[in-house]
Ligand binder design. Structure first.
Ligand code: SF4
Length: 299
């Protein structure tokens, strides 16, 4: 059983009862046991080639806007791939062992070719020479009336001369089927809620750019949407609290299990979870760690 923090204070003075990011909120909705493994047990996961490719493509698209607008061409973007990969390798040398099997060089070449294709696909969706983002990898956080702190990183924020705000997120997977669209939009509404609470203005447009197949999903939220999102994240936090109090983290099988690193310790696959970590009294609720780019988000 895990203790729950109740007494911390937000910068604004409100009492913070817990912290949630869209990634980990999505984990809990996908599978409460997955949330436990990631947030409570903090079990390290081996990065998959697909996830690392997502990190690389995101890094290229972020750096692209450092280049003067007129020179933001596909060739210039592709030239960023090698130095950004070198930078990632320097930060995480273990990525050098990302590929195994008999044909490591072949697997690496195929992986890089797909990264190149994603960068090229981006240019089929929009022309970065005509854009000047207001922010990239923007960290945002707010505390809801309930005391729940929401936080995360927004890939890109565009602000029109009219003041209209567009929230942009790149995905290196393929656009979801109608069944999974709501989940994809939840993350964007989460960010819109944080921005609305911070600045008092509802973003005009939420835009998900799927570089796996070159599709864009757009959604124009309104206040009612964001109030519903607030109710949803508050209800999610209540469900997480209940799981922390009871120690019951149920596995929920879905096709996303194919990408789960925890099958060996998951009861749905014949495994057994490790004992829950012992938490010192007063240690508080586990905090969602957020990073500019969670490589697990795209897969
Ligand atoms: S394998 Fe599936 S059910 Fe098991 S923890 Fe992972 S996502 Fe949940």
């Amino acid at each position: 059983m895990t203790a729950i923090e109740t007494g911390a204070a937000s910068p604004g003075g409100a009492s913070v009862i817990g912290t949630l990011s869209p990634s980990r909120a999505g984990d809990f909705m996908t599978c409460p046991l997955l949330y436990r493994f990631r947030v409570i047990d903090r079990i390290p996961e081996r990065p998959s080639p697909a996830a690392v490719r997502g990190t690389l493509v995101h890094a290229v698209l972020e750096r692209l806007f450092d280049i003067p607008a007129a020179r933001r061409t596909p060739a210039a973007a592709l030239e960023l791939l090698a130095p950004e990969w070198d930078r990632l390798l320097a930060e995480e040398p273990e990525l050098a062992t990302l590929f195994d099997g008999e044909d490591v060089e072949g697997a690496r070449a195929e992986w890089l070719a797909e990264a190149r294709a994603m960068v090229e696909r981006y240019f089929a969706l929009e022309d970065p020479r005509r854009l000047e983002p207001a922010s990239r990898e923007l960290y945002v956080e707010t505390v809801l009336d309930s005391g729940l702190q929401l936080r995360g990183y927004i890939d890109r924020l565009d602000v029109a001369p009219t003041g209209d705000v567009r929230v942009v997120d790149y995905k290196t997977g393929r656009a979801p089927s109608a069944d999974f669209e709501a989940r994809a939009l939840f993350q964007m509404k989460f960010y819109a809620l944080v921005l609305w609470r911070l600045h008092g203005t509802v973003p005009r447009l939420l835009q998900l750019m799927y570089l796996g197949n070159g599709e864009i999903l757009r959604y124009a939220p309104d206040e009612a949407d964001l109030r519903a999102t607030e109710r949803k994240v508050d209800a999610l936090w209540q469900a997480i609290r209940r799981a922390m109090e009871t120690g019951e983290w149920r596995p929920r099988k879905s096709r996303l299990c194919d990408w789960c690193d925890h099958q060996a310790r998951c009861p749905s696959f014949g495994g057994e979870p490790p004992p829950l970590p012992v938490v010192a009294a007063g240690a508080g609720a586990p905090r969602d760690e957020v990073s500019p780019r969670d490589p697990r988000d795209d897969v």
